[in-house]
Design a protein around this ligand. Structure first.
Ligand SMILES: Cc1cc2nc3c(=O)[nH]c(=O)nc-3n(C[C@H](O)[C@H](O)[C@H](O)COP(=O)(O)OP(=O)(O)OC[C@H]3O[C@@H](n4cnc5c(N)ncnc54)[C@H](O)[C@@H]3O)c2cc1C
Length: 359
């Protein structure tokens, strides 16, 4: 039996690794770096497109529990995450580049894995073959069109990415190191805002020029990844009770919680990059630069990667898939990862483990 895996993302990497380890011949089709998706930047497998966090390690919440379960069955993603872990309080954050590079190397070095760098435009089932589609929220249009003919319309929602800054452009005399409620080892940089600075930022955000992409207006924004300017528009204090909430973050210079805080989280092992926590946006690039520079400590910030926003597609899974995530119409075709309707790096990887276990 041959298994074709389409997409070397979080799910596709777990699947390929697990099946190849079991001795199955796997053909992994990944279109990058030949063709990039709108959010991926590298040719590596398992690229993290936005935050570098795989969420909480706390076993009393869903993400922590899921990690414990995945570790118990030998998750590649979590094994590598541990190797390239960077401090982030209770969360499991990684050096994104090193993470994806090591996963790619691990998969490429496996004996039973054949890698085809190509866009799969349609599924062509051969004798004694299984196909697993793990093409994620940015599935290429040709494949989407082809699959739609077979299984009907895809559903969708909107998601956004936060900007990443070069750390040497951050004014360290204005920011302070602290973790919320003191949990962590000083893993975050914090830009404190007083009321006047907060008001100025809020006004700039509600007036900011955004990318008007007509398609977006028809879609629903994903609540947990709401663009910062949309949060600002929902009310003056919304950011202070959302991503800019100061609760539990004490400025050691004043001994007090500031009026509001913009948190920066380390994005790589060397500490040369920081992402702005909860600052996903669809502002135009020049606006991002202008508005980020209104934040104390970021007056000269240089942006390594701008925030962007995209439509995510997924299947109406209960309608078209069975409980093993196989097509009801054709049990030789499986789906895994975010295309099945799960959301997040960790959750997509877990769904890859689930599918691989059932083959
Ligand atoms: C803008 C944005 C921000 C996000 N932010 C976060 C976040 O902060 N935290 C979080 O946990 N999750 C976040 N997510 C969700 C997360 O990225 C996904 O849940 C996860 O990557 C899905 O894993 P996957 O393996 O299903 O798909 P992906 O990781 O996207 O992998 C799919 C792979 O398939 C390839 N591919 C697509 N079409 C084809 C084709 N036709 N032929 C060959 N290859 C193809 C792609 O190149 C890609 O490598 C975000 C998603 C988006 C779009």
């Amino acid at each position: 039996m041959k298994v074709h895996v389409v997409g070397g993302g979080l799910a596709g990497s777990e699947i390929t690794y697990r099946l190849a380890k079991k001795g199955v011949h796997v053909i992994l089709h990944e279109m990058r770096p030949k063709i990039q998706t709108p959010v991926h930047r590298t040719g590596y497998f398992a690229e993290l497109v936005c935050s570098n966090s795989l969420k909480s390690e706390d076993i009393t919440n869903g993400a922590g529990l899921l990690k414990a379960e995945m570790r118990s069955v030998g998750s590649l993603i979590l094994e590598v995450a541990e190797e390239v872990r960077i401090p982030a309080g209770k969360a499991l954050a990684v050096d994104r580049n090193e993470f994806a590079r090591r996963i790619t190397d691990r998969i490429k070095s496996m004996e039973n894995v054949e890698i085809h760098v190509e866009e799969v435009k349609k599924i062509e089932l051969g004798e004694d073959e299984i196909w697993i589609v793990a093409t994620g929220p940015m599935t290429s249009q040709s494949l989407l069109n082809n699959l739609s003919k077979k299984i009907g319309r895809f559903l969708n929602f909107i998601d956004a990415v936060s900007p990443i800054l070069y750390s040497d452009s951050i004014d360290l005399s204005k920011v302070f190191i602290a973790d919320r409620y003191g949990v962590g080892k000083g893993d975050h940089l914090n830009c404190p805002l007083n009321e006047k600075e907060y008001d100025r930022l809020w006004k700039a955000l509600i007036e900011a020029e955004v990318v008007e992409f007509k398609e977006f207006e028809k879609h629903k924004l994903f609540e947990r990844c709401m663009p910062i300017e949309e949060i600002a528009r929902s009310g003056k204090d919304a950011m202070r009770y959302g991503p800019l909430r100061p609760v539990g973050i004490v400025d050691p210079r004043t001994g007090k919680e500031p009026y509001a805080v913009v948190q920066l989280r380390r994005d790589n092992l060397e500490g040369t990059l920081y992402n702005i926590v909860g600052f996903q946006t669809r502002m135009k690039w020049r606006e991002q630069k202008r508005i980020i520079r209104l934040i104390p400590g970021l007056e000269n910030a240089e942006i390594a990667r701008y925030g962007v926003m995209h439509v995510n597609v997924y299947l109406n899974s209960p309608k078209v898939l069975d409980r093993f995530l196989r097509l009801k119409k054709d049990d030789r075709i499986f789906f895994a990862g975010q295309i099945t309707g799960v959301e997040g790096y960790l959750e997509s990887a877990a769904s890859g483990i689930y599918v691989a276990t059932n083959i």
